[in-house]
Ligand binder design. Structure first.
Ligand code: HEM
Length: 451
């Protein structure tokens, strides 16, 4: 077994390790690691030992088979804990399991069907304001749309009033997160900087709005005895199966915040990248239109149509292969362990990068090309399971997976039914790997309304 010092990987700076290289170009750094050191590359981020695992079988072992040996990666908590508290995304152990069991039913099929109405209504509302010849930034439009959908389905609020307050706070919080994320040295939340002071102030404002919403919803449910179908109401009435207890106000706040954040930005990015790719490939856009016209014949789509909107689904899958909104997942092993043939010393952060694995030519022919039709069911079945994992995997896989795919297909189908979109600037779009993989500049497209 290799000694810790000899494990293969870039040595980096004596103090900061590979942090400067990661800060400069994270995806480029991962690519170099895999090219030069293969499927397991070891490096330091500051003094924290880290490694990049790039073989699907090893990834499966970490996320699924041996998941109990790992906890979630510290970086996610470092950035998100101030906002998400002990929400499902970053909690651990028995508390996490209890939360997951409690929340899972709110994502069951009948609930998704209920949420789909808001997805359709809000997309129609967006499209009704679009005119022939408009130039629209699709990244911005998709962010606003998925936020409005999250507001309605998760919090039960309509655009305007309260919703606006939540959105303004969240946008400000996300700007501060981005600044923290990009700063050359990781700044802890307790450190007295102006940015941290502003972040704390905004989170306090956000908490106050959410608390008001929770209180009002509680009163309404108690008064009417009728439970509205949004996520918050379902959580307020949910009871733990072992002790019958409801969630505390603090837990409710953390879960709602988690879902709101995890649920809109990822889907917005998936749709923005999808439209960018469809703008670059008008023939694929035409195929989507054809399918939508055949299947819907001018009707508004419902969840029952989704299995027949196969090409829409393939387009989104392929867009998430090339531009996975969650582009890296991380775990930390608490004890020495061996994954595949690789020794992993205790307390190593293990990173698994969707961006890299999804573009590996061992699994995908012409990996850099946008080919939705590669996703035949034979191809999907022949693929190693973790060669494609946009939603992660194992017990901590994305709880909103089906919600996101339903939303993606319904929004894409409705848009393709009503408009054609032409990319204004055909230059490659820069990529911004922040908490999610965002387009690095506006995705400006020209609107042509369909007859
Ligand atoms: C295209 C859209 C989405 C993508 C690509 C995505 C991706 C992911 C990934 C990769 C994970 C696993 C992270 C890890 O293992 O460390 C995850 C977890 C999670 N996602 Fe998503 N997600 C999406 C949409 C959503 C939606 C719509 C919701 C909720 C409405 C959501 C809520 C969550 C939550 C709560 C977790 C944590 C689950 C747990 O740890 O038990 N996500 N997501």
């Amino acid at each position: 077994m290799a000694t810790v010092e000899r494990l293969p990987g870039p040595r980096g700076n004596w103090l900061l390790g590979s942090l400067p290289a990661i800060r400069q170009d994270m995806l480029g750094f991962f690519e170099t690691c895999q090219r030069e050191y293969g499927d397991a590359a070891y490096f330091r981020v500051g003094q924290r030992r880290s490694m990049l695992l790039s073989h699907p079988d090893d990834i499966e072992q970490v996320l699924v088979t041996d998941n109990k040996k790992f906890i979630k990666n510290f970086a996610l908590s470092f950035f998100l804990r101030p906002l998400l508290g002990n929400g499902l995304l970053i909690n651990e152990g028995q508390d996490w399991l209890r939360q997951r069991r409690l929340i899972q039913p709110t994502f069951a099929r009948p609930r998704l069907e209920h949420y789909s109405q808001a997805m359709v209504d809000l997309t129609q509302r967006m499209l009704s304001t679009w005119q022939n010849g408009d130039e629209r930034d699709l990244a911005r439009e998709m962010m606003q749309l998925t936020m409005a959908i999250a507001g309605k389905t998760l919090l039960g609020v309509d655009v305007g009033g309260r919703y606006q307050q939540v959105v303004e706070c969240l946008e400000s919080v996300m700007r501060d997160f981005l600044a923290r994320f990009r700063s050359p040295l990781p700044i802890p939340y307790w450190f007295p900087t102006f940015g941290n002071w502003r972040l704390k102030r905004t989170i306090r404002r956000l908490d106050a709005v959410l608390q008001q919403m929770i209180d009002e919803r509680r009163t309404a449910i108690e008064g009417q005895g009728e439970i509205p179908g949004d996520f918050l109401s379902l959580l307020i009435t949910a009871r733990d199966e072992t002790d019958g207890k409801p969630l505390s106000n603090q837990q409710l706040r953390d879960e709602v915040m988690t879902m709101f954040l995890a649920g809109h930005e990822t889907t917005a990015n998936a749709l923005s990248w999808t439209w960018y790719l469809l703008g670059q490939h008008p023939e694929e856009q035409q195929r989507v239109r054809q399918e939508v016209d055949n299947v819907l014949a001018g009707r508004v789509p419902t969840p029952a149509d989704v299995p027949r909107l196969m090409h829409c689904e393939r387009v989104i899958k392929e867009a998430m292969r090339l531009y996975p909104p969650a582009y890296v997942v991380g775990r930390r092993c608490e004890e020495d362990c061996t994954i595949g043939e690789h020794f992993i010393p205790a307390m190593t952060n293990v990173l698994m990068c969707q961006w890299l694995v999804h573009r590996d030519e061992r699994w995908f022919d012409e990996p850099a090309e946008f080919i939705p039709n590669r996703w035949t069911s034979e191809f999907s079945h022949s693929l190693p399971k973790y060669a494609y994992f946009p939603f992660g995997g194992g017990p901590r896989a994305c709880i909103g997976n089906h919600f996101a795919m339903l939303e993606g297909v319904l929004v894409l189908a409705l848009m393709a039914q009503r408009v054609e979109l032409e990319l204004i600037d055909r230059e490659p779009l820069p990529i911004m790997p922040a908490i999610t993989l965002r387009p690095g500049k506006p995705v400006d497209m020209r609107v042509q309304l369909r007859a």
